[in-house]
Design a protein around this ligand. Structure first.
Ligand SMILES: [Zn+2]
Length: 317
Protein backbone atom coordinates (compact mmCIF):
# COMPACT_ATOMS: atom_id res chain seq x y z
CA UNK A 1 0.00 0.00 0.00
CA UNK A 2 1.16 3.49 -0.80
CA UNK A 3 2.59 5.32 2.16
CA UNK A 4 1.44 8.87 2.25
CA UNK A 5 2.70 12.01 3.85
CA UNK A 6 0.97 11.59 7.17
CA UNK A 7 1.34 7.85 7.68
CA UNK A 8 2.62 7.13 11.17
CA UNK A 9 4.21 3.85 10.09
CA UNK A 10 7.81 3.26 11.13
CA UNK A 11 10.35 3.99 8.44
CA UNK A 12 11.73 1.06 6.47
CA UNK A 13 15.25 0.03 7.42
CA UNK A 14 16.93 1.54 4.35
CA UNK A 15 15.37 4.91 4.90
CA UNK A 16 16.16 4.85 8.59
CA UNK A 17 19.79 4.18 7.72
CA UNK A 18 19.76 7.10 5.32
CA UNK A 19 18.27 9.40 7.91
CA UNK A 20 20.62 8.21 10.61
CA UNK A 21 23.67 8.76 8.44
CA UNK A 22 25.81 11.81 8.04
CA UNK A 23 23.06 13.49 6.05
CA UNK A 24 20.56 13.43 8.88
CA UNK A 25 19.30 16.67 10.29
CA UNK A 26 20.13 17.23 13.90
CA UNK A 27 17.29 18.22 16.15
CA UNK A 28 18.94 20.32 18.82
CA UNK A 29 16.05 22.05 20.52
CA UNK A 30 12.35 22.65 20.37
CA UNK A 31 9.40 20.33 20.37
CA UNK A 32 8.13 18.81 17.17
CA UNK A 33 4.88 20.36 16.07
CA UNK A 34 2.64 17.77 14.55
CA UNK A 35 -0.43 19.97 14.22
CA UNK A 36 -1.27 23.40 13.01
CA UNK A 37 -0.63 25.26 16.22
CA UNK A 38 -0.41 29.00 15.74
CA UNK A 39 1.91 29.64 18.68
CA UNK A 40 4.36 26.81 18.33
CA UNK A 41 7.92 27.04 19.56
CA UNK A 42 10.44 26.91 16.75
CA UNK A 43 12.06 23.71 15.59
CA UNK A 44 15.82 24.14 15.49
CA UNK A 45 18.18 22.32 13.17
CA UNK A 46 21.87 22.55 12.51
CA UNK A 47 22.87 22.63 8.86
CA UNK A 48 26.54 22.94 7.99
CA UNK A 49 27.67 26.38 9.10
CA UNK A 50 24.08 27.48 9.57
CA UNK A 51 21.35 27.07 12.12
CA UNK A 52 17.75 26.95 10.97
CA UNK A 53 14.73 27.70 13.15
CA UNK A 54 11.35 26.96 11.63
CA UNK A 55 8.56 29.26 12.75
CA UNK A 56 4.87 28.75 12.11
CA UNK A 57 2.88 31.57 10.57
CA UNK A 58 -0.31 29.62 11.37
CA UNK A 59 -2.21 28.09 8.49
CA UNK A 60 -4.31 28.98 5.49
CA UNK A 61 -7.39 27.18 4.22
CA UNK A 62 -7.50 26.23 0.55
CA UNK A 63 -10.28 24.68 -1.54
CA UNK A 64 -9.53 21.35 -3.15
CA UNK A 65 -10.01 22.79 -6.63
CA UNK A 66 -7.00 25.04 -5.98
CA UNK A 67 -4.92 22.19 -4.52
CA UNK A 68 -5.67 19.72 -7.31
CA UNK A 69 -7.78 21.13 -10.15
CA UNK A 70 -6.91 18.20 -12.44
CA UNK A 71 -7.97 15.51 -9.96
CA UNK A 72 -11.26 13.66 -10.34
CA UNK A 73 -13.88 14.28 -7.63
CA UNK A 74 -12.97 10.95 -6.04
CA UNK A 75 -9.24 11.78 -6.09
CA UNK A 76 -9.91 15.24 -4.69
CA UNK A 77 -11.97 13.84 -1.83
CA UNK A 78 -9.17 11.40 -1.03
CA UNK A 79 -6.55 14.17 -1.02
CA UNK A 80 -8.68 16.30 1.30
CA UNK A 81 -9.14 13.32 3.63
CA UNK A 82 -5.40 12.63 3.71
CA UNK A 83 -4.70 16.30 4.40
CA UNK A 84 -7.09 16.13 7.36
CA UNK A 85 -9.55 18.50 5.68
CA UNK A 86 -13.31 18.51 5.35
CA UNK A 87 -16.01 19.58 2.93
CA UNK A 88 -13.72 20.30 0.03
CA UNK A 89 -11.15 22.35 1.93
CA UNK A 90 -7.90 21.66 3.76
CA UNK A 91 -5.91 23.63 6.30
CA UNK A 92 -2.42 24.13 4.91
CA UNK A 93 0.45 24.90 7.30
CA UNK A 94 2.90 27.74 6.81
CA UNK A 95 6.53 27.05 7.79
CA UNK A 96 8.98 29.94 7.76
CA UNK A 97 12.72 29.35 8.12
CA UNK A 98 14.94 31.74 10.02
CA UNK A 99 18.53 31.02 8.99
CA UNK A 100 21.35 32.06 11.29
CA UNK A 101 24.66 32.60 9.53
CA UNK A 102 27.81 33.95 11.10
CA UNK A 103 26.82 37.58 10.66
CA UNK A 104 23.28 37.41 9.36
CA UNK A 105 19.77 36.54 10.45
CA UNK A 106 17.86 35.64 7.31
CA UNK A 107 14.11 35.20 7.08
CA UNK A 108 12.75 33.43 4.01
CA UNK A 109 9.31 34.95 3.38
CA UNK A 110 7.28 36.96 5.85
CA UNK A 111 3.98 35.10 6.15
CA UNK A 112 0.65 36.83 5.67
CA UNK A 113 0.66 39.54 8.31
CA UNK A 114 -2.93 40.75 8.54
CA UNK A 115 -3.27 40.76 4.76
CA UNK A 116 -4.66 37.30 3.90
CA UNK A 117 -6.50 34.85 6.17
CA UNK A 118 -7.11 35.33 9.90
CA UNK A 119 -5.60 31.96 10.78
CA UNK A 120 -2.22 33.12 9.47
CA UNK A 121 0.00 36.07 10.31
CA UNK A 122 1.48 34.62 13.51
CA UNK A 123 5.14 34.92 12.53
CA UNK A 124 6.05 38.06 14.45
CA UNK A 125 4.33 36.84 17.62
CA UNK A 126 6.09 33.50 17.33
CA UNK A 127 9.45 35.19 16.74
CA UNK A 128 8.97 37.35 19.82
CA UNK A 129 7.83 34.39 21.92
CA UNK A 130 11.11 32.69 21.00
CA UNK A 131 13.13 35.76 21.94
CA UNK A 132 13.83 36.91 18.39
CA UNK A 133 13.51 40.69 18.04
CA UNK A 134 12.09 41.45 14.56
CA UNK A 135 14.45 44.42 14.34
CA UNK A 136 17.39 42.00 14.54
CA UNK A 137 16.53 40.39 11.17
CA UNK A 138 19.22 41.43 8.68
CA UNK A 139 17.88 39.89 5.45
CA UNK A 140 14.39 39.08 4.21
CA UNK A 141 14.24 36.92 1.08
CA UNK A 142 10.89 36.79 -0.71
CA UNK A 143 10.46 33.68 -2.83
CA UNK A 144 7.61 35.51 -4.54
CA UNK A 145 5.01 38.18 -3.84
CA UNK A 146 1.84 36.23 -3.09
CA UNK A 147 -0.03 37.39 0.02
CA UNK A 148 0.88 34.44 2.27
CA UNK A 149 4.58 35.15 1.56
CA UNK A 150 4.87 38.94 1.35
CA UNK A 151 1.79 40.05 3.30
CA UNK A 152 3.92 40.23 6.45
CA UNK A 153 6.27 42.86 5.01
CA UNK A 154 4.10 45.60 6.52
CA UNK A 155 2.70 45.87 10.02
CA UNK A 156 -1.09 46.16 10.34
CA UNK A 157 -0.80 49.89 10.88
CA UNK A 158 1.92 50.43 8.28
CA UNK A 159 5.66 50.49 8.80
CA UNK A 160 8.00 47.62 8.15
CA UNK A 161 7.73 44.46 10.25
CA UNK A 162 11.47 43.94 9.90
CA UNK A 163 12.73 47.52 9.83
CA UNK A 164 16.47 46.88 9.67
CA UNK A 165 16.54 44.21 6.97
CA UNK A 166 17.49 44.38 3.35
CA UNK A 167 14.87 42.76 1.13
CA UNK A 168 15.78 40.31 -1.60
CA UNK A 169 13.51 39.35 -4.48
CA UNK A 170 14.22 38.20 -8.00
CA UNK A 171 14.51 40.82 -10.69
CA UNK A 172 11.92 38.88 -12.70
CA UNK A 173 9.43 38.94 -9.81
CA UNK A 174 9.88 42.66 -9.32
CA UNK A 175 9.54 43.35 -13.05
CA UNK A 176 6.40 41.24 -13.32
CA UNK A 177 4.42 42.78 -10.48
CA UNK A 178 5.70 46.33 -10.80
CA UNK A 179 5.65 46.37 -14.60
CA UNK A 180 2.67 47.17 -16.82
CA UNK A 181 -0.53 45.19 -16.57
CA UNK A 182 0.30 41.92 -14.80
CA UNK A 183 -3.42 41.36 -14.41
CA UNK A 184 -3.98 41.72 -18.15
CA UNK A 185 -1.48 38.95 -18.85
CA UNK A 186 -2.91 36.66 -16.16
CA UNK A 187 -6.52 37.65 -15.45
CA UNK A 188 -6.90 34.97 -12.75
CA UNK A 189 -4.37 36.79 -10.58
CA UNK A 190 -6.14 40.12 -10.50
CA UNK A 191 -6.75 39.94 -6.76
CA UNK A 192 -3.04 39.48 -6.01
CA UNK A 193 -1.77 42.53 -7.89
CA UNK A 194 -2.53 45.36 -5.43
CA UNK A 195 -1.01 43.43 -2.51
CA UNK A 196 2.15 42.51 -4.38
CA UNK A 197 2.63 46.11 -5.46
CA UNK A 198 2.00 47.34 -1.92
CA UNK A 199 4.51 44.89 -0.36
CA UNK A 200 7.26 45.27 -2.95
CA UNK A 201 6.75 49.01 -3.17
CA UNK A 202 7.18 49.32 0.60
CA UNK A 203 10.77 48.04 0.39
CA UNK A 204 11.78 49.56 -2.93
CA UNK A 205 14.51 51.65 -1.31
CA UNK A 206 16.12 48.67 0.40
CA UNK A 207 15.66 46.02 -2.25
CA UNK A 208 18.26 43.71 -3.75
CA UNK A 209 17.25 42.23 -7.11
CA UNK A 210 18.37 38.63 -7.41
CA UNK A 211 19.29 36.47 -10.37
CA UNK A 212 19.91 32.74 -10.76
CA UNK A 213 23.17 31.80 -9.05
CA UNK A 214 23.39 34.90 -6.85
CA UNK A 215 24.23 34.38 -3.20
CA UNK A 216 22.15 36.17 -0.57
CA UNK A 217 24.94 35.44 1.89
CA UNK A 218 27.84 33.05 1.22
CA UNK A 219 26.36 29.56 0.98
CA UNK A 220 22.76 30.62 0.30
CA UNK A 221 22.28 30.53 -3.47
CA UNK A 222 19.36 31.53 -5.67
CA UNK A 223 17.66 29.01 -7.97
CA UNK A 224 15.27 30.28 -10.60
CA UNK A 225 12.05 28.24 -10.27
CA UNK A 226 9.44 30.11 -12.33
CA UNK A 227 5.86 29.08 -12.93
CA UNK A 228 4.12 29.60 -9.61
CA UNK A 229 4.95 33.23 -10.34
CA UNK A 230 7.14 34.48 -13.21
CA UNK A 231 9.99 35.33 -10.85
CA UNK A 232 9.57 32.66 -8.19
CA UNK A 233 12.87 31.59 -6.66
CA UNK A 234 13.99 28.72 -4.49
CA UNK A 235 17.19 28.69 -2.45
CA UNK A 236 19.97 26.17 -2.06
CA UNK A 237 21.77 26.17 1.27
CA UNK A 238 25.28 24.75 1.26
CA UNK A 239 26.53 22.41 3.94
CA UNK A 240 25.97 18.80 4.96
CA UNK A 241 24.50 17.29 1.81
CA UNK A 242 22.63 20.40 0.76
CA UNK A 243 19.15 21.71 1.33
CA UNK A 244 16.61 23.09 -1.15
CA UNK A 245 14.23 25.72 0.22
CA UNK A 246 11.42 25.35 -2.27
CA UNK A 247 8.94 28.12 -1.47
CA UNK A 248 5.84 27.43 -3.54
CA UNK A 249 7.57 25.62 -6.39
CA UNK A 250 6.32 22.43 -4.71
CA UNK A 251 3.20 23.36 -2.78
CA UNK A 252 1.45 20.23 -1.62
CA UNK A 253 2.73 17.08 0.09
CA UNK A 254 0.31 14.87 -1.84
CA UNK A 255 -0.68 16.47 -5.15
CA UNK A 256 2.73 17.97 -5.99
CA UNK A 257 4.68 14.77 -5.31
CA UNK A 258 2.29 12.04 -6.42
CA UNK A 259 0.98 13.98 -9.42
CA UNK A 260 3.75 16.45 -10.28
CA UNK A 261 2.30 17.12 -13.73
CA UNK A 262 -1.08 18.21 -12.39
CA UNK A 263 -1.69 21.93 -12.45
CA UNK A 264 -1.81 23.91 -9.22
CA UNK A 265 -4.61 26.46 -9.02
CA UNK A 266 -2.48 29.38 -7.87
CA UNK A 267 0.33 28.88 -10.39
CA UNK A 268 0.57 31.85 -12.73
CA UNK A 269 1.82 29.74 -15.64
CA UNK A 270 0.52 26.28 -14.85
CA UNK A 271 2.49 24.45 -17.55
CA UNK A 272 5.74 26.10 -16.50
CA UNK A 273 4.86 25.51 -12.84
CA UNK A 274 4.44 21.78 -13.47
CA UNK A 275 7.71 21.56 -15.43
CA UNK A 276 9.63 23.41 -12.71
CA UNK A 277 8.07 21.23 -10.01
CA UNK A 278 9.03 17.99 -11.72
CA UNK A 279 12.55 19.22 -12.43
CA UNK A 280 13.09 20.26 -8.81
CA UNK A 281 11.59 17.13 -7.25
CA UNK A 282 13.44 14.89 -9.66
CA UNK A 283 16.75 16.53 -8.84
CA UNK A 284 16.05 16.18 -5.12
CA UNK A 285 15.14 12.51 -5.55
CA UNK A 286 18.19 11.75 -7.70
CA UNK A 287 20.63 13.54 -5.42
CA UNK A 288 18.84 12.57 -2.18
CA UNK A 289 18.68 16.25 -1.33
CA UNK A 290 16.72 17.39 1.63
CA UNK A 291 14.06 19.95 0.95
CA UNK A 292 12.11 22.44 2.99
CA UNK A 293 8.55 23.21 1.94
CA UNK A 294 6.66 26.32 2.94
CA UNK A 295 3.31 24.52 3.03
CA UNK A 296 4.35 20.98 3.96
CA UNK A 297 3.82 18.95 7.11
CA UNK A 298 5.49 20.96 9.91
CA UNK A 299 8.31 21.63 10.32
CA UNK A 300 8.53 21.16 6.54
CA UNK A 301 11.66 19.08 5.94
CA UNK A 302 11.34 16.15 3.56
CA UNK A 303 13.02 14.06 0.93
CA UNK A 304 11.42 12.89 -2.31
CA UNK A 305 11.39 9.24 -3.24
CA UNK A 306 10.77 8.11 -6.77
CA UNK A 307 7.58 6.03 -7.03
CA UNK A 308 6.73 4.80 -10.51
CA UNK A 309 6.72 7.86 -12.74
CA UNK A 310 6.04 10.14 -9.78
CA UNK A 311 7.32 10.64 -6.23
CA UNK A 312 6.44 10.34 -2.60
CA UNK A 313 6.89 13.00 0.04
CA UNK A 314 8.75 11.55 3.02
CA UNK A 315 8.74 13.92 5.97
CA UNK A 316 11.91 14.28 8.03
CA UNK A 317 12.07 15.20 11.70
ZN1 LIG B 1 2.22 29.99 -0.50
Amino acid sequence: MLRHAFDPEPLPIARRAFLAGAAALTVTAGALDTGLSVAAPPNRFGHGEFQIDIFSDGFITLPDVIIAPDASPVERADIVRRLGGRQGTADIPVNIPLIRAEKALILVDTGSGDKFQPTAGRLRDNLRAAGVDPSAITHVVLTHAHPDHSGGVLLPGGGLSFPNATYHVSAAEWDFWMGPDPDARYPGLRNFVPGARRDLGAVADRLVRLREGDEVVPGLRVLSTPGHTPGHISLELAGDDGLLITGDAITNVIASFEHPDWRFGFDTDQEQGAATRRRLIDRAAAEKLRMLGYHWTPPGFAIAERYGTAYRHVALA
